[in-house]
Ligand binder design. Structure first.
Ligand SMILES: Nc1nc2c(ncn2[C@@H]2O[C@H](COP(=O)(O)OP(=O)(O)OP(=O)(O)O)[C@@H](O)[C@H]2O)c(=O)[nH]1
Ligand SMILES: [Mg+2]
Length: 458
């Protein structure tokens, strides 16, 4: 630290979003741009800002190290996207920036498997309240009703056994996955604690292969009021397994985000349009749940003035932390044609802005971002399709194909607003192989990641 840099400002930035939303790719690209900073390619903060003395630090106790070099290596040396995240991870680094005269920056970045955010609704709820909430959802929505029908029948059956309840609940979860519904809770059904994700299979096979709980012995599902009353054995055991699950899985993953200073919420508009209205509804519900449990906004005890003072006068590890900046990000901007890119941001705004404006003391902004630009656009003739050039990841049958040469392909035109109803498959935004410069110190081309970083690292 130079003699003028008398303090360290700690920025804790959490990234949340559904599975495959682009969290890990975004963090990998961001770290690469900070570490090998080039002010022309990644303008951060005030114009001309330079970064120096970038050092990687150990993660906090209890956190796994975010595998930055592994993810970057996959991109650069193997032409592959990073593998899916199986556990929460943290990346800590420290650097000086020329626009901060008296302080250097200690940056902590948080990543999690997207599946886990479906459990956010468990925080602050006991088993009875969680049960009520899930059952309300199942009964009041037609897709849920259809997918969960065997379970809804089972809970009405006199003398129903634990085994029957659990197998029908697992079948319900399997049906929801196959109907592109991401609100799968307990999320270990989709991604277990050993990091094994559910593999595509028929619903019955999926239900037989997976478990809903910490492990096969600790499964639970929601129970209706009559099965909960009178402290039945079933209620006691489901309730204690639920509590154990919340303590072991949900609190360490989700509650840790409460102490972030900024939160990046990824809303993958391309995935929601491709997945259908059910996926949109669930993602919106999940963001709402996250807001309820993370309570972003100014802390009631310390107003903005106290927060400002604490930043200057308290040692960084003493400073109270809470989320005061919220960035809504539509990722994978390069998968839509440039003509539609403003619409992408508008769609995000229409979907989630209310959650932020309803809160005091929260600054929020919208960004459409490409973390690793992997396509080029061709000009569109009037009335013509949205043609992009890139290396498609999948063939016409949906299976992954080896990386070949670049080709032209068509992406859907984005609507002006979310339709009232749309089936899965109406919109398509083909995934592509990443385009990464091979030179180790040359970070990928990005769009708006620099603006996002300027907003969240403050
Ligand atoms: N074209 C393009 N595709 C991207 C970009 N970012 C992410 N993707 C695609 O999205 C996929 C998922 O990205 P990840 O960063 O692994 O997603 P995640 O949110 O970490 O997902 P989980 O680990 O499952 O929670 C990648 O494999 C790419 O196919 C981008 O900037 N451009
Ligand atoms: Mg990930």
């Amino acid at each position: 630290m130079s003699i003028f840099r008398v303090k360290t400002t700690e920025a804790r930035v959490g990234v949340v979003g559904l599975y495959s939303a682009g969290k890990t790719v975004l963090l990998t690209s961001l770290i690469n741009h900070l570490q090998d900073h080039d002010p022309d390619r990644f303008p951060l903060g005030k114009p001309g800002t330079h970064l120096r003395k970038f050092t990687v630090k150990e993660p906090d106790r209890g956190w796994a190290q975010f595998n930055y070099s592994g993810h970057r290596d996959a991109l650069v040396n193997y032409g592959r996207w990073p593998s899916k995240t199986t556990d929460r991870a943290q990346f800590v680094c420290q650097f000086e920036r020329s626009d901060w005269t008296f302080s250097d920056c200690l940056l902590k970045l948080y990543d999690l498997p997207g599946e886990r955010i479906a459990d956010a609704g468990m925080l602050g709820r006991d088993f009875a309240a969680w049960s009520e909430r899930m059952l309300n959802l199942f009964v009041n929505d037609s897709t849920y009703r259809t997918c969960t029908a065997p379970f809804l029948d089972a809970i009405k059956k006199p003398g129903v056994t634990e085994a029957e309840l659990l197998s029908t609940y697992r079948l319900a979860l399997a049906n929801l996955i196959l109907n592109f519904k991401p609100l799968i809770s307990p999320s270990t059904f989709l991604l277990d604690l050993k990091g094994q994700p559910a593999r595509p299979a028929a619903p019955e096979d999926l239900a037989a292969a997976r478990h809903c709980g910490i492990d096969a012995q600790s499964q639970f599902g929601p129970l209706p009021a009559d099965l909960r009353s009178g402290g039945t054995e079933l209620f006691e055991s489901f309730s204690s397994r639920y509590n154990q699950y919340v303590e072991q899985v949900v609190v360490p993953t989700i509650a840790a985000y409460r102490s972030c200073t900024s939160l990046i919420v990824l809303v993958d508009v391309t995935m929601l349009l491709a997945g259908g209205v059910g996926m949109y509804d669930d993602n919106r519900q999940i963001v709402r749940d996250l807001f309820d449990v993370l309570s972003p906004g100014e802390n009631k005890l310390f107003g903005p003035v106290a927060r400002g003072l604490s930043k200057v006068f308290l040692p960084h590890q003493w400073r109270p932390g809470w989320i005061t900046r919220l960035a809504f990000v539509a990722p994978k901007l390069d998968l839509v044609h440039p003509l539609d890119r403003d619409r992408m941001q508008l769609l995000t705004r229409r979907m989630v802005e209310r959650f932020a404006t309803d809160r005091d003391g929260l600054q929020h902004q919208f960004f459409n971002v490409s973390s690793v630009v992997s396509t080029k656009a061709l000009p569109t003739e009037p009335g013509g399709g949205r043609v992009l050039v890139g290396t498609p990841l999948r063939g016409a049958d949906g299976r992954k194909v080896p990386s070949t040469s670049e080709q032209r392909f068509t992406a859907s035109e984005l609507p002006d607003d979310w339709p009232l109803e749309w089936p899965s498959g109406r919109y398509a935004f083909p995934e592509v192989y990443p385009r990464m410069p091979t030179r180790k110190d040359y970070p990928p081309d990005q769009v708006n990641l620099d603006k996002l970083a300027t907003f969240v690292i403050e």
